[in-house]
Design a protein around this ligand. Structure first.
Ligand code: FES
Length: 81
């Protein structure tokens, strides 16, 4: 059985539906958002986003199943990047 798609709210106001397990970078691209990347290996932090207030490194994480039924993404605003 395929898991139900999760509604994701993006900082540009778009709402997309993604399967749990989808790469965050792909999900963001589907929403028209380019997440900055660096190492693509989980060590530099350039790709950090906040998903329901939890910091996630988008290059090594995937869309989780959401207990709240939806996810809200914010781009991490690190002034040093
Ligand atoms: S691109 Fe370096 S941690 Fe994701």
């Amino acid at each position: 059985m395929t898991p139900a798609p999760i509604p994701i709210h993006w900082p540009n106001g778009r709402l997309t539906l993604e399967e749990p397990g989808c790469d965050w970078l792909v999900a963001a691209r589907n929403a028209g958002i380019g997440i900055p990347t660096g190492c693509l290996g989980g060590s530099c932090g350039a790709c950090e986003i906040e998903v329901n207030q939890q910091v996630v490194r988008a290059c090594i994480a995937t869309v989780p199943a959401s207990r709240q039924g939806e996810l809200r993404v914010e781009l991490a605003s690190d002034p040093y990047w």
